[in-house]
Write a protein that binds this ligand. Sequence first.
Ligand code: GLA
Length: 447
Amino acid sequence: MYVVTLSTLDAVYGDVAAQQRERYWRLVQDFQVRYGPGVVRVFRAPGRVNLIGEHTDYNHGFVMPVALDRDTLVAVRPRFDTLVRLANVEPEFEAVEFEIAFQIPPAPRGHWSNYARGVAQRLSQEMDVPLRGMDALVDGSPPWGVPRGSGLSSSSALSVALALALVALNELSIPWQRLARLCQEAEWYTGTRGGIMDQFNALMARQGYALFLDTRPRPDGTYLLEYARLPQGYALVIADTGVRHSNVLGEYNHRVAECRAAVALLRPYFPNITHLRDVQHVPWSTLESLLPEVTTLADLDRKGVPVEDPPPGVGPEDPLYVRARVRHVYTENRRVMQALEALQQGDVDGLGRLMVEAHISAREDYQVSCPELETLVHAALEVEGVAGARLTGAGWGGSIVALAREDAVPQLEAHLRARYREVHGREPQIFVCRSAPAGCEVLWETV
Ligand code: GLA
């Protein structure tokens, strides 16, 4: 029989450790019913809320996420062959099997197992050894799982939990920062061209802190990061619109293409440019004069401006609004630096103002907001004691994050609910973020 060691759960979940213990207990029992009795190991990886620094990571810019106590668990047992048997406690995610190899055939687009396939493939390629497989049961179910499609990075929580399991079961020795990079590349397998923020945070976060990360790798492959303590007496309140845009993947890749097109347009003037980060020191007026308002891949092709590695799904005639997109990335990087300083100096109002500016920039220049997000951000800012609010994550639906004095939280929740019901006729999901540590193995005792 297994018992969860409360010390680990206490450290991760604080005063909800007892409820979490039930969750872990149920998962291990389900695992044993499905795969038979014997030893089981459990790994967890958290979702995140990004305080500020949106759509900067694939431009090698700055981000500042916080790990949530909403996480994805995976219970596993090693196998002596290369087979992965993968199941999920939520029955709508069908159980599958695949062999680990250097090239793993994908399941149809959108299938949840592609996160596992991507991780297994990328890790085998990297380690250059055949990895042993595993029996695995995933639990990202409510209420403790990372809500899906909410801009809180449930997909990276899944990838990172699986990666931690494969690394441990294969006794691989790999630095966590390197693993974060591999998990980022592994997610490209699913079709998005995401940055490294989510995976890095899931592996490197610290409880009680925001993680300031410079997403530009240094020549030795490591990253510059800094932990900034979250303000005392304030809460991060997350409100989920429930809006799930059907084409986030397409829209997201479109933004990545716009940034790459801008890099191509700037290359004649800045020959060493690889990412927008490389022009962060240039006055905006100079950049502005070099960037057209709108262009297309076909147009750039005609002008002999090669766009490197355009992400999948972007058509040659799709409009690319390069100037506004660059203005967002450029100003957002500055705001993240200022936000770090504000956090370090305990300047909560300053941080709040930056969050509001970031939201406006994401709406006007990056165009990733939607009416439901606007309702929630506006409503949050009407409440006394709210320092700032903004959309968080990729956008096009998902959640907002509000920085609120602890004593203002009940009032904030009530106001958000009332306004959202009034305007959109339904309830948003609201929860107060309890920050959590990075992904880890949760240890059990056998008695
Ligand atoms: C998604 C991606 C991240 C990041 C954000 C936007 O969450 O996975 O890498 O680009 O969108 O900031």
